[in-house]
Design a protein around this ligand. Structure first.
Ligand code: MG
Ligand code: ZN
Length: 183
């Protein structure tokens, strides 16, 4: 598989750690709970020197549900921007199902927005997520879909059909790493 031109990352569970509340995986609602994943740091360092563009696309229904303030969400975004400046843009859907928006994944609106704004080629763009919603949204646009598997999302994995399954983000660089070495 060829190295991608661009990688779009889901945020929660990919860039930052999932939070467990009453044993259920949820999104962080405070800056205190917003912890960058170690494998994302490693992945970022590997990607940083490569000609691969990085973006992020995230559902944040906690905004609509009143569980997360816009200020805290902006604080999280600032943190990512400051530490990982190669990520060119982070786009959010702050709606819930009842809003019937076109951007809440599995709807593809967030990804369409990035694809069109940055002229991304579908077959050279990877979309990395930790849920069925991510894989469905990515597949809708013909992106290469990558599922980041963990203990908490096995059921989600059973309900979708990602092209690539990895258990940490560094593994993803091995998918195209071999090809690059021989070319
Ligand atoms: Mg996620
Ligand atoms: Zn939305």
């Amino acid at each position: 598989m060829a190295a991608p031109d661009a990688i779009i990352l889901d945020r929660d569970g990919v860039i930052n750690e999932i939070v467990f509340r009453e044993n259920r995986p949820v999104s962080p609602r405070s800056l205190q709970d917003f912890i960058i994943r170690e494998d994302f740091r490693e992945f970022y360092l590997l990607i940083a020197p490569l000609p691969i563009r990085l973006f992020a696309a995230s559902n944040q229904p906690d905004i609509r549900r009143g569980n997360l303030t816009v200020d805290v969400l902006e604080g999280m975004t600032d943190l990512i921007r400051n530490e990982f400046p190669k990520i060119e843009e982070i786009v959010y859907c702050c709606h819930d199902d009842a809003d019937k928006c076109s951007c809440r994944k599995p709807k593809p609106g967030l990804l369409i927005g990035l694809r069109d704004k940055y002229n991304l080629a579908s077959d050279k763009t990877y979309f990395v997520g930790d849920s069925r919603r991510d894989i469905l949204a990515g597949a809708e646009l013909g992106f290469r879909t990558v599922f980041l598997a963990a203990g908490y999302n096995q059921e989600s994995l059973q309900k979708c059909n990602p092209q690539i399954i990895v258990h940490n983000l560094v593994e993803l660089t091995h998918v195209w790493g071999k090809l690059e070495c021989h070319s």
